[in-house]
Design a binder for this molecule. Structure first.
Ligand code: IMP
Ligand code: MG
Length: 182
């Protein structure tokens, strides 16, 4: 699997270090709060969320939501659908949404609107990666690990056809991988 990678963008050590910095910042910002829910956006944010969650010095629940972006009528109207809902009632809670990457911003906008409607006390977003050049909707994460180039990336949760999520780093696939039939 590692042989399919053309270039590493951030290695395991860099990611681990940055996750530690984000956890320290969030632990500082939320100190004293007792109604925190960390929400991982399945499936891509699993790796990051667990790494971050283990490093938070906070009383925090963890919960999971799954959404899928799919193309509506035309390629430019991507819409988002809820596939798996939270277990927690987040009314009055301080919610931290954890994402793998913010690209167009559609997923994030959908989730923020949903959780706001449900009466969360506060909502902030922490994304390990951000592709600012991909943005279609004006929405941003409050905590960002790394800005990344506007290329298709895999690893540390990000997939191509469901694979490569388990790479401990983020990188770019070799062009020949996209030409494979399966
Ligand atoms: P958005 O709604 O366009 O911001 O999409 C965010 C979602 O698209 C992320 O949670 C990822 O699942 C997926 N995504 C965006 N860029 C990449 C990439 O480079 N590789 C793999 N998945 C990506
Ligand atoms: Mg995702």
């Amino acid at each position: 699997m590692n042989n399919d990678i053309e270039r590493v963008i951030y290695n395991q050590e860099q990611i681990d270090h940055r996750v530690g910095e984000l956890a320290a910042q969030i632990s500082h910002d939320y100190a004293g709060k007792r109604d925190i829910v960390v929400v991982a956006v399945l499936t891509g944010a699993i790796m990051f969320t667990i790494d971050l969650y283990k490093k938070l010095d906070l009383y925090a629940h963890i919960d999971f939501v799954d959404v899928s972006s799919y193309q509506g009528g035309t390629a430019s109207t991507g819409s988002v659908k809820l596939l798996h809902d939270l277990k927690n009632d987040i009314k009055g809670k301080d919610v931290i949404i954890c994402e793998d990457i913010v690209d167009t911003g559609r997923t994030l906008k959908f989730l923020i609107d949903l959780l706001q409607d449900r009466g969360a006390n506060s909502i902030r977003v922490c994304s390990i990666f951000d592709k600012p050049e991909g943005r279609v909707i004006d929405v941003n994460a409050d905590y960002v690990g790394f800005d990344v180039p506007n290329e298709f990336l895999v690893g540390y949760g990000l997939d191509y056809k469901g694979l490569y999520r388990n790479l401990p780093y983020i990188g770019v696939l070799k062009p020949e991988v996209y030409q494979r039939k399966s």
